[in-house]
Design a protein around this ligand. Structure first.
Ligand code: BES
Ligand code: ZN
Length: 623
């Protein structure tokens, strides 16, 4: 071989090696670049540049009702020339890239999505800092006067991030696909304590400055802050409650079984990944039963019934520590992956603690909710698919019984088909192998086929459940003898117009709810009075019983025992969306919108934006 040939070969092979190298690089780059799927509810382009860690440094001003400060991000930069954050109703004062002022631009405002904040960076930029403040239009924050709290002495503030509201108090890549760790410095009036979805203080500091750390990576909708005159009480060495002074002892008692729930959950699907599990009981305007902010569930005080009868909500929020916070829906179209799994898991935790009978009652209530929801969507059956298409719509539109209860029924039916043992092995490995990552419906189906159905040679109509309308005919039929008895009791009462009080003496809240919700269409106000006089339902202190009783009172024109003033008092005090929307819906159904509006005008100022938005639409209310 002469020198010339050797050279040619050498050059050729160098060329080939480098070609292969480029191909390899391209491949990994491509793989990296397609890490995040397309979605409709965020302006961010995380495949170009993605936030990895947030350092928040803010002042909470109760006089001006403004949060102001800086949000700094360490970013993963794929040689991008800009990074885009989501903002809504924020004032952006200044932006820095690696410590130096940089150009930024707020794009056009969209009523639902807000404005993209486009920040100029270069291919080496590692960190950006946004100086900003919130405005009076912020949708995540609810600033409460002392009068709106339990103790009536100090003001209160809480945030609600899910689904796309975090961008109204922090400029952020507000997509559930983003995962960030965070630290925060928060300054509040020194009479108040601040807590976050992070490692929390157990006592107030002297100067009102608090430091937080969340080392596990979470999605932006799980960033949360509450500020108020609160105290801490433990219920075990890794669980406890925060609440105002007049509530904290009752909260500690009500939620004393939390540790048992954590143990039951761990036995099912693996170790609790977030170290501490606390619950903060908020003032009654909190718009949800519970919100699964990591390490610190936010809860409505309406759960405190005095007899632990409404704690399935805690089982639910705890369950989200796996389904939702550990394995997160990639987009809001996949919301059922968060909520359907969580209702199923909640049911399993309740079964472990209180037995199958109780779990079946909860399951049957879910089934009834589902059937009502499906019937209500008869003219828009696509809303009954598990996998949704919420393009151009508020993710809140997907917060229906479909995601929750059809999701639950799907998993329950799957469990019954493959057998509990195999199903539990499958679910445990699903959570373990996808911890701290996001999941699309399609990827879940793939995983299910491979690791459960094909593995055991089982056929199942997964696609029908997920991509079709309604409830498939193979839905497992949940039965409850307890509820059969309740049905019989209703029949007996209405036949004889007499009540044997004894039949109900051991009823659980679930039986009461089933009883009240299953009155026939033609029950008369007189019969309602007979029932009320026997059981004093108008004056019940159990919020769930009250809610369904008020619903029936409105629907069936019952006005005895001053129930109307009770209903008004409830609607003005409580802002839990599910409760109040059920009652307002009854007014609409009974053709009493004017009565509803009269109450709503008094109540609205007490509601968080997510509740107010829902009721505005329901009653056709214009500000
Ligand atoms: N994550 C939800 C609350 C939520 C959903 C907030 C969508 C914003 C958008 C929470 O876990 C939840 O489902 N709460 C329920 C209670 C549960 C027992 C069904 C509620 O508040 O009613
Ligand atoms: Zn939930």
């Amino acid at each position: 071989m002469n020198i010339k040939n050797t050279l040619v070969i050498l050059i050729a092979s160098i060329f080939m090696i480098s070609c292969n190298e480029t191909k390899k690089e391209e491949k990994t780059a491509q793989k990296k670049a397609s890490k995040y799927v397309e979605e409709h509810h965020s302006y961010a382009k995380p495949n170009e540049a993605a936030a990895k860690h947030l350092s928040l440094n803010i002042d909470v001003n109760f006089d001006t009702k403004v949060i102001s400060g800086t949000a700094s991000y360490e970013i993963e930069n794929n040689k991008a020339s800009q990074i885009i954050l989501d903002t809504k109703y924020l004032v952006i004062d200044k932006v820095e890239a690696d410590g130096k002022p940089t150009k930024f631009e707020l794009g056009q405002a969209d009523e639902l999505l807000g404005q993209p904040l486009k920040i100029a960076i270069n291919k080496d930029t590692k960190k950006i800092t946004v100086h900003y403040k919130t405005t009076d239009k912020t949708e995540a924050l609810q600033w409460l006067t002392p009068q709106q709290t339990a103790d009536k002495k100090q003001p209160f503030l809480f945030t609600q991030g899910e689904a796309i509201l975090t961008r109204t108090w922090i400029p952020i890549q507000d997509s559930p696909q983003i995962r960030i760790s965070y630290d925060a410095t928060v300054r509040v009036p020194k009479e108040l304590m601040a807590v976050m979805s992070a490692e929390n203080p157990k006592e107030k500091t002297a100067n009102g400055e608090y430091h937080f750390k969340m080392r596990q990576k979470i999605s932006p909708y799980l960033l949360a802050l509450a500020v108020g005159d609160i105290a801490y009480k433990p219920v075990s060495d890794r669980a406890g409650v925060y609440a105002e002074k007049s509530v904290v002892d009752a909260a500690q008692e009500e939620f004393s079984e939390t540790e048992k729930m954590i143990v039951a959950a761990e036995n099912l699907y693996g170790k609790y990944a977030w170290d501490q599990y606390d619950i903060i009981v908020l003032p009654p305007s909190f718009p949800f039963g519970g919100m699964e902010n990591p390490r610190l569930t936010f809860a409505t005080p309406t759960l405190i019934a005095g007899d632990k009868s409404l704690t399935s909500v805690i089982a639910h929020e705890l369950a989200h520590s796996w389904s939702g916070n550990l394995v997160t829906n990639a987009t809001w179209d996949d919301f059922w992956l968060n909520e359907g799994f969580t209702v199923y898991f909640e049911n399993r935790i309740m079964e472990a603690l209180y037995g199958k009978e109780r779990a079946d009652m909860l399951g049957l209530i879910a089934r009834q909710d589902l059937d009502e929801e499906v019937a209500g969507f008869k003219d828009a059956p696509e809303n009954t698919h598990l996998k949704l298409n919420l393009k151009g719509r508020n993710p809140d539109d997907g917060m229906t019984s479909i995601a929750y209860d059809k999701g639950f029924m799907f998993l329950k039916t799957l469990e019954k088909t493959v057998g509990r043992e195999k199903f539990d092995v499958f679910l445990k490995s699903y959570f373990q192998s996808h911890a701290f990552s996001t999941m699309t419906t399609e990827r879940f189906v793939e995983y299910l086929n491979k690791n459960l159905l094909e593995k055991h040679n089982i056929s199942f109509n997964t696609n029908e459940w997920i991509y079709n309308a309604g409830v498939p005919s193979n839905a497992f039929e949940i039965k409850s003898d307890k509820f059969e008895n309740v049905k019989q009791t209703i029949k007996n009462i209405l036949k004889t117009n007499k009540v044997d009080k004894n039949v109900a003496k051991d009823w659980t809240t679930q039986e009461w709810v089933y009883f009240i919700r299953n009155f026939p269409e033609d029950i008369t106000p007189k019969q309602m009075a007979i029932i009320d006089n026997a059981f004093d339902l108008t004056n019940t202190t159990n919020s769930h019983k009250a809610m369904v009783w008020y619903e029936q009172s409105v629907l069936h024109n019952y006005h005895g025992n001053n129930v109307d003033s009770k209903i008004e008092e409830f609607l003005v005090r409580v802002g839990r969306r599910w409760y109040v929307s059920t009652i307002y819906k009854a007014f609409v159904k009974a053709d009493k919108v004017d009565d509803a509006l009269k109450i709503y005008k008094k109540a609205r100022a007490n509601y968080h934006s997510v509740t107010a938005n829902t009721i505005d639409a329901m009653l056709g209310y214009k500000k």
